[in-house]
Ligand binder design. Structure first.
Ligand code: NAI
Length: 685
């Protein structure tokens, strides 16, 4: 018997009296627990309460991609205060409590992803049965958005599997496959797809004892054990995130430690805690970053028709640091790659590195690793050029070398194939001069290390063919990277904004502040690595060369200490010495002997240079808008995500105030802090 009064749920009672609640959210490719979906579920549950109790209730998804992706994050962006947020959360808790209270067997029948609120719904059921295929993923990723589970998840999970496993899941957000989930008690059965329905029926017909945590799991929740475990948990979390910047993981530990013995109170406190987090800047900014990622992905969106012409064959020229890793990444993503270098030994090294990458990424999948290795083909002679759908040039950063290569390869390339360069600083207008069709060259600027940095700048000049640029963005999306369209110019977007910040750090260092003290201040602000440690990692010679290129066109002064260090062979980590000393590539710990420093002033100087350059980039339309700029700097440099990007940070501080801050720094420190003319336009928007 089916009931058609609902838009998102399809309740079907079968001949045996089992109620199957199929979720198929209207006008959406993915099941999300929005307020209307929960409202409908609430009324279905009320109906169950009114009539004869079914033999059992099974929650299942009609979407191919998975069970439920979680709560609707957009709804959180609309609440304007604590009370609204709390009411919204308690509504969800209320519905899930009704599921928990049902007096018949209840089952979550899971395939594909089962995330956040979706997993919390499963936790409210008496049994969980999951598809044992590779696509099944159970996770509570809220912490990555500055939030925590709040539909009863923090209350139910430690009770089910004990505190250490529950905390690991909630504090990291990492997903579990069905096999692992079964092992720790998250689910009752992991079965092949064809067995899902029979397993659910069997469980309802013959309900087994509801899973109880093992003694060793349960004891971790004991009131005498909690304070000890809490101490270790906080220590572990503090290594990764400070409470000031990321309050959510601390709140999860606190809820459990303080309220575990009183589930009702714990549920109320879960709602209070989440309502505060929702209204906190960290969550607001992290949610913004989540949507910015989507905005970047959209830059490389391809229609079904366009996907037919997706890249299949890639040819990379230059197998050094970048080219070697780009080739490996493309092969990892399923493409056939030919890798060319004038030096065969460099190709051999790159292939060795690729094997390491595949082994790390496909742990245990021997056949997958072999297949990826087979896709990566050494090609000293460049035989792959005529077959390639895209050629990626990543040879030395030298105009003559690059132009010489283009002259040689252009006539050999397939008609319509993409010609791209990984140049980090040479304007496209110059590089493309030598081509018969200069409008076909596009910058495909990867960041180092390729496998970890999600952003690729798609660089175009005024004369670049628009369709070619679009296809290059689609290629970036095809290999699972985030394309950011930027205009050709000194340093493009990311390096142009990053470099003044790094050079300011060098200048502060010249004034006598230790590298460790400067880096510590940047870390405290939320950067993933201090600017001088970053300079050492990238290589001081590379930093110097980018700084020199920028200094020709922008108001950037190259600090003399940087030039001297490079002259004397101090190139950073690779030479064993830079701003820090290194032994076997590892930093040697040094004592921070620096005088007391003015943290606020140093933060303003470092970040101020970044923000001012961001404003200049907007004025020059290097990037289309503020959102894309923030996205580029977050995904290209790791800029403190909880601050939402440099422009978001400046707006939060107040645009006028920030500009005033730069003016007063200009008076003290000179023209490098002169507020860019673009501040005028920003203020008038
Ligand atoms: P690299 O020096 O490690 O590798 C360059 C490779 O190109 C060498 O193996 C060399 O043998 C080969 N090569 C030179 N001329 C060639 C030719 N005509 N034909 C075939 N092979 C040739 O350089 P790296 O660092 O990989 O940089 C490559 C490009 O990527 C440069 O344009 C650089 O600006 C850019 N880039 C570098 C980044 C980095 O962090 N190293 C980051 C982003 C871009």
């Amino acid at each position: 018997m089916t009931d058609t009064q609902y838009k998102n749920w399809i309740p079907i009672t079968d001949a045996e009296g089992i109620l199957w609640l199929h979720l198929d959210v209207e006008n959406s490719s993915t099941n999300i627990l929005s307020a209307p979906v929960l409202e409908e579920l609430d009324s279905i549950l009320d109906d169950i309460g009114k009539g004869n109790l079914p033999l059992g209730v099974v929650f299942t998804s009609d979407k191919e991609n998975g069970f439920i992706a979680g709560a609707d994050i957009r709804e959180f962006t609309k609440v304007s205060n604590f009370d609204e947020a709390k009411a919204h959360i308690q509504r969800g808790q209320f519905v899930f409590n009704k599921i928990e209270a049902l007096k018949c067997p209840t089952i979550a029948l899971i395939h594909g992803f089962c995330m956040g609120g979706g997993f919390e719904l499963a936790l409210a059921c008496k049994y969980r049965i999951a598809d044992d295929g590779p696509k099944t993923r159970l996770s509570l990723p809220e912490v990555q958005l500055g939030l925590h589970p709040a539909f009863g998840g923090t209350v139910r999970l430690p009770r089910l599997i004990g505190a250490p496993a529950a905390m690991d899941m909630m504090l990291t957000g990492k997903p579990y496959n069905a096999r692992k989930a079964k092992k720790i008690g998250l689910i009752d059965y992991a079965v092949p797809t064809r067995q899902l329905i029979p397993a659910a029926k069997k469980t309802i017909m013959n309900p087994p004892r509801v899973y109880k945590p093992k003694k060793m799991q349960a004891i971790t929740n004991h009131m005498l054990v909690r304070p000890i475990l809490k101490h270790f948990m906080i220590k572990t979390v503090a290594k990764k995130a400070s409470k000031e910047h990321y309050p959510a993981p601390y709140a999860i530990i606190d809820l459990w430690a303080k309220y575990y013995d009183d589930p009702k109170k714990m549920l109320e406190e879960e709602a209070n805690s989440e309502a505060s987090l929702v209204n906190d800047d960290t969550a607001k900014n992290l949610i913004r970053v989540f949507f910015l990622r989507d905005q970047l992905k959209a830059q490389g969106k391809a229609s079904a028709e366009e996907k037919v012409n997706n890249v299949k064959e890639v040819h990379v020229i230059g197998a050094g640091v970048m080219g070697g890793d780009i080739a490996a990444w493309c092969a990892f993503k399923g493409l056939r790659v030919t890798l060319q270098d004038r030096d065969p030994a460099v190709i051999a090294k790159a292939i060795k590195r690729a094997h390491k990458l595949f082994s790390r990424k496909m742990r245990g999948d021997r056949l997958g690793i072999i297949a990826a290795m087979d896709r990566l083909i050494p090609d000293v002679k460049g035989l792959g050029i005529p077959k390639a759908d895209i050629v990626i040039e990543a040879i030395v950063e030298n105009i003559d070398a690059k132009q010489g290569l283009y002259r040689e390869i252009e006539p050999k390339m397939k008609k319509g194939a993409l010609l791209t360069t990984n140049t980090s600083s040479i304007p496209l207008e110059i590089l493309s001069e030598c081509l018969a069709t200069p409008d076909r060259l596009v910058g495909l600027h990867f960041f180092n290390p390729v496998a970890q940095m999600p952003l690729i700048e798609i660089v175009t000049a005024d004369n670049t063919d628009k369709d070619v640029a679009k296809r290059t963005s689609q290629f970036a999306a095809q290999i699972d990277r985030l394309p950011l369209p930027v205009k050709s110019g000194p340093g493009f977007l990311v390096n142009r904004i990053l470099m003044p910040y790094m050079l300011e750090a060098v200048r502060i260092h010249e004034e006598g502040v230790s590298a460790a003290a400067i880096d510590k201040i940047a870390l405290k602000f939320g950067m993933p690595m201090g600017p001088l440690q970053l300079a050492d990692t990238v290589g001081l010679d590379i930093c110097l060369s980018v700084a020199q290129i920028l200094s020709k066109e922008l108001d950037v002064t190259v600090p003399s200490s940087l030039e001297n260090m490079v002259k004397s062979g101090k190139l950073g980590a690779k030479s064993g010495s830079g701003f820090y000393e290194y032994s076997n590539g590892k930093k040697v710990k040094s004592k921070d002997s620096s005088k007391t420093v003015d943290t606020k002033n140093i933060t303003d100087r470092l970040i101020g240079r970044m923000v001012n350059e961001s404003v200049a980039c907007l004025r020059e339309h290097v990037v289309a808008d503020k959102d894309l700029l923030d996205a580029g700097i977050i995904f290209g440099t790791g800029f403190a995500p909880f601050r939402g990007g440099p422009m978001n940070y400046a707006a939060k501080e107040g645009l006028d105030e920030y500009r005033g801050k730069l003016s007063s720094l200009e008076q003290k420190l000179g023209s490098s802090f002169k507020p860019d003319d673009g501040w005028e336009q920003l203020a008038s928007h």
